[in-house]
Design a protein around this ligand. Structure first.
Ligand code: ZN
Length: 130
């Protein structure tokens, strides 16, 4: 089960909430367990990059999310590579993103340039209605 750490901006309390799934977290409005405020900040725990040779294929959803949200593109690329590196069904985009992340490009940059490509493809494949 994914667990999320929060800090309450009202009373400074830190606490962890667990959810059945990432989707149920997305639908929820987390509240402080102490003062019921919903003015919360997510605490992103930095993944220790020094612990090399992680087996990403054995990570649970929370660990993966932590890697993702650490903003460490090289590590995210490595995780992508281990999880989907040999799966051609994931498509060229996945593999391009993996390669670029592993070379140290920022996640924002990779994501926005892939998005631009996607938009361009959408335009190409959409027949003109007028
Ligand atoms: Zn609080």
């Amino acid at each position: 089960m994914p667990a999320y750490d929060f800090r309450c901006n009202n009373c400074e309390q830190e606490f962890t909430l667990t959810y059945k799934s990432v989707a149920s977290y997305a639908k929820s409005t987390p509240q402080c367990s102490n003062c019921q405020s919903d003015d919360l900040s997510r605490i992103i725990r930095k993944v220790n990059v020094a612990s090399v040779n992680r087996d990403y294929t054995r990570m649970d959803a929370t660990e993966m999310l932590n890697v993702f949200e650490s903003g460490d593109s090289k590590q995210v690329g490595k995780m992508f590579d281990q999880i989907g590196g040999t799966n051609p069904a994931l498509g060229a985009e996945y593999h391009e993103a993996t390669k670029r992340l592993m070379s140290g490009e920022s996640m924002d940059k990779v994501e926005s340039s892939l998005q631009k490509k996607r938009d361009a493809n959408d335009k190409k494949s959409t027949p003109k209605s007028d």
